[in-house]
Design a protein around this ligand. Structure first.
Ligand SMILES: O=C1O[C@H](COP(=O)(O)O)[C@@H](O)[C@H](O)[C@H]1O
Length: 254
């Protein structure tokens, strides 16, 4: 079942295995579009359940059709822990995806895990600015913020995306590209995160949401009235296209 909301937003509901196949096809198609058009594709990953939902990328025909050597991989958010730590979004993606495909290690932009939260956010933003100057990351002519080719977002049951949590002042940050949080309601408390102006400058965004625990936030984001408080997930409104990938449980309250 597919449903179109605003002209650039599509909501689709899948059976579990079907979701993973459709997501792999979506990622492969966008990857092929950008690698043939500009010789590179910038892909931003989240942590959490997203990585296992990307599992079909590791299987034919997707694994063979993608030009992995042209991937540049970033994180929408990261926990301020060593890269070997169980809470690290880098480790999750490395173990579940990146160690199994030939993305050059120099194209994998993990955070500097020797720095404080403030330092790591500053350092990541400085590296992004350099990559925009070098033309690896595009720049939005509309917003002036970096325009990544593809962002793959998950959502927590409270409606958070990246490390932007409901009611937290960081959701209003409109100058920084990357910022930090030291009081994340979900452990671990120290994280860095892309801000909404960066998220909303992307060319393509996928919101991949599975499980009944997420159904209330999904309903609020897609059916909420103007009077209901806006969850972070409802603030995802990219310049480009947004596609929701929902399983039946996550869509059960729609
Ligand atoms: O803490 C985080 O949570 C969200 C959602 O995770 P999920 O397991 O409910 O899908 C994730 O997107 C984010 O990257 C992560 O740091």
């Amino acid at each position: 079942m597919a449903e179109t909301q605003k002209s650039n937003v599509v909501v689709e509901v899948f059976e579990e295995e079907e979701l993973a196949v459709s997501l792999a096809k979506y990622v492969a198609d966008i990857s092929n579009k950008f690698t043939s058009e500009r010789g590179a594709v910038t892909v931003c990953l989240s942590g959490g359940s997203l990585i296992s939902n990307l599992r079909k990328l590791l299987e034919p025909p997707y694994v063979d059709s993608i030009e992995w050597s042209k991937w540049h991989v970033f994180w929408l958010d990261e926990r301020v822990v060593p890269k070997t730590h169980e809470d690290s979004n880098y480790k999750l993606a490395y173990d579940g995806l990146l160690s199994k495909v030939p993305v050059p290690s120099c194209n994998v932009y993990a955070i500097n895990d020797t720095l404080s939260a403030e330092g790591a956010a500053d350092d990541y933003e400085t590296r992004l600015r350099q990559l925009v100057k070098n033309g690896i990351i595009a720049s939005s002519s509309v917003t002036g913020f970096p325009k990544f080719d593809l962002m793959l977002l998950g959502m927590g049951p409270d409606g958070h995306v990246a490390s932007l949590f409901p009611g937290h002042p960081l959701v209003k940050e409109n100058k920084r590209w990357v910022t930090f949080i030291k009081d994340s309601p979900k452990p671990p408390p120290e994280r860095i995160t892309f801000t909404f102006p960066v998220i909303n400058s992307t060319a393509y965004a996928a919101l991949v949401v599975t499980g009944a625990a997420e159904s209330v936030a999904v309903h609020s984001a897609l059916r909420g009235t103007q009077n209901s408080p806006k969850l972070p997930v409802a603030m995802v409104s990219p310049e480009g296209e947004l596609k929701w990938f929902l399983d039946r449980d996550a869509a059960s309250k729609l």
